[in-house]
Design a protein. Structure first.
Length: 135
């Protein structure tokens, strides 16, 4: 049996790396459902992005999943994030910022991370909210 061409081997490696990123992101997103410090939505969106490039089967499963599917479909259709997800993310970031200011060895470390979270919150609240679902 002959070895696969370098181009085919490269494509397989690329797909495997995308699939690995999808699996890790999906795992972190699932952890975020039960662990309030870990954000769910960004990891699920990243997982879907990577799965679309590494595994159409995983991407299809995610799009049809009862929990992840609506979120992904809203994002893919309109770049939309639900109000509930926005509130949850904002409250989580606020709690994390408070924890950072309490436990960081230097105030400026907490301030840098809090500023990044503020920028993310502003971006998030500027995203549209999903319209009524068809179907």
């Amino acid at each position: 049996m002959s070895e696969p061409s370098p181009k085919l081997a490269s494509k397989r490696l690329e797909r495997a790396l995308w699939l690995g990123l999808a699996a890790i992101s999906l795992a972190l997103g699932v952890i975020g459902i039960v662990l309030p410090v870990v954000p769910t939505t960004p990891f699920i969106l990243l997982a879907a992005f990577a799965a679309a490039r590494g595994s159409q089967r995983l991407h299809g499963w995610m799009r049809n999943h009862p929990h992840f599917g609506p979120m992904l479909q809203d994002w893919e259709r309109d770049g939309a994030v639900s109000r509930r997800a926005k509130y949850f993310a904002t409250i989580t970031m606020l709690g994390s910022a408070v924890g950072l200011f309490v436990f960081s060895p230097h105030w400026w470390m907490a301030a840098i991370v809090a500023a990044i979270m503020l920028a993310v919150a502003i971006w998030l609240w500027r995203r549209p909210e999903p319209g009524p679902r068809s179907g």
